[in-house]
Design a protein around this ligand. Structure first.
Ligand code: NAD
Length: 370
């Protein structure tokens, strides 16, 4: 069986607490013939600043480049609020995304049946929801030049951000969307604002042409991003894969996140270009939540987003869909048993800590594999 080389970067706050549950899971899988995972660990964020005065070292970056996948916890906290801007904890995360050229950000919104009542929407709208928002992560208005604030000299200033997309950037994220859809329910919804933005016109054109050329078997529809946002809360189950640019993706993925209830449940993946020889993509997997300084060190963080992020690594980096399904089933079964961390507790449920939740998920995996 192939060796899978992981770099674990736990980070700050609850990062190390939830990463500990992934380490337990890796040990369990290695011990049960479900892969041979090897991992190294490194510092990132505030903890790296404390040791090295930077938020990630060049050595850790080299390890990230060499790993088959990076598993990332969370960074930041009030302790580092006044460190120099270039060394702030988030800079380590941004450098990883930039240097590994992770242009495709996958944010699944999955509502476990046991938690359907935790959503802000009605149970029937979200129970059984399983959609994937694919956000372009390295282009668009967050990076386009010029990006300036100019003093106009008359008591006024002018701020400029520039939305830029080239054909290749749209095509490569589109290709990821169609390929993902083929492994799911075979439907892609592309969202832009072609009615008012030139980048929207090109986005629509490029996605349509790519579909015609290479992915005619996948159902494609286009929605304007604003009405797409409305549809996401009106009838979210109409979607399978939504593909959109950096700015709209930032907003639409946060809207989709709230369909599922809690930050502690949300996993994500960021993928880069596939290596022409090995076909493997550079990849990083991380929970959506931050370092939660308000609960750090208390053993009460929800490890599900972190564990589900590791599950995404199995699916997207290691082609281990069956094992990824098993993790999701084990999470669902644990919730069905009535176990909850404090962030998702409700009446009549049993509140457990981080480690107990991790142990319970592994116990369910053991049951499911008999
Ligand atoms: P946060 O996600 O850390 O916390 C928001 C709220 O959700 C808090 O009340 C927290 O206790 C709760 N929460 C988050 N994850 C949880 C979990 N797994 N289990 C239980 N409860 C959970 O966001 P914030 O408070 O805005 O930011 C805190 C720090 O994290 C800041 O320094 C911020 O810059 C950083 N941050 C980092 C990342 C990242 O590393 N990717 C993302 C967002 C924020």
């Amino acid at each position: 069986m192939a060796n899978h080389k992981l770099l674990l970067l736990a980070g700050d706050g609850i990062g190390p607490e939830v990463m500990a549950e992934v380490k337990k899971l890796i040990a369990w899988m290695n011990g049960h013939g479900m892969g041979t995972f090897e991992f190294e660990e490194g510092l990132v964020g505030g903890s790296c600043y404390d040791a090295h005065k930077v938020s990630i070292t060049d050595e850790t970056m080299r390890k990230a480049e060499a790993a088959d996948a990076v598993i990332f916890g969370a960074v930041g906290g009030p302790k580092w609020d006044s460190v120099p801007y270039e060394a702030r904890p988030e800079a380590g995360l941004l450098r990883l995304r930039k240097d590994l050229a992770l242009y495709a950000n996958l944010r699944p919104a999955v509502t476990y049946p046991a938690l359907a009542d935790a959503s802000a929407l009605k149970r029937e709208l979200v129970a059984g929801l399983d959609i994937l928002i694919l956000r372009e992560l390295t282009g668009g208005v967050y990076f386009g030049e010029p990006k300036t604030i100019t003093d106009l000299g008359n008591g006024q200033k002018r701020a400029i951000d520039t939305q830029v997309y080239d054909t290749y950037e749209i095509e490569r994220i589109g290709r990821v969307a169609f390929e993902l859809a083929r492994k799911r329910r075979n439907k892609v919804t592309s969202m832009e604002k072609r009615n008012v933005m030139k980048t929207g016109v090109l986005w629509n054109e490029v996605i349509t042409a790519l579909h015609q050329r290479e992915f005619k078997d996948v159902q494609l529809e286009h929605q304007l991003a604003d009405s797409g946002g409305m549809q996401l809360v009106k009838n979210p189950k109409q979607f399978d894969v939504i593909v959109t640019d950096n700015l709209f993706g930032d907003m639409l993925s946060d809207i989709a996140a709230m369909l599922t209830g809690s930050l502690g449940m949300l996993a994500s993946a960021s993928l880069g270009e596939a290596d022409p020889k090995t076909k493997r993509r550079k990849a990083m997997y991380e929970p959506v939540h931050g370092s939660a300084p308000d609960i750090a060190g208390q053993g009460m963080a929800n490890p599900i987003a972190m564990i589900a992020s590791f599950g995404m690594a199995l699916r997207y980096s290691f082609n281990m869909g069956k094992e990824a399904d098993l993790i999701e089933q084990a999470i669902a079964a644990t919730l069905d048993r009535g176990l909850r961390t404090a962030d998702i507790k409700s009446d009549g449920m049993t509140v457990v800590g981080t480690a107990q939740m991790g142990d319970a998920i592994i116990a369910e995996m053991a049951k499911l594999t008999g």
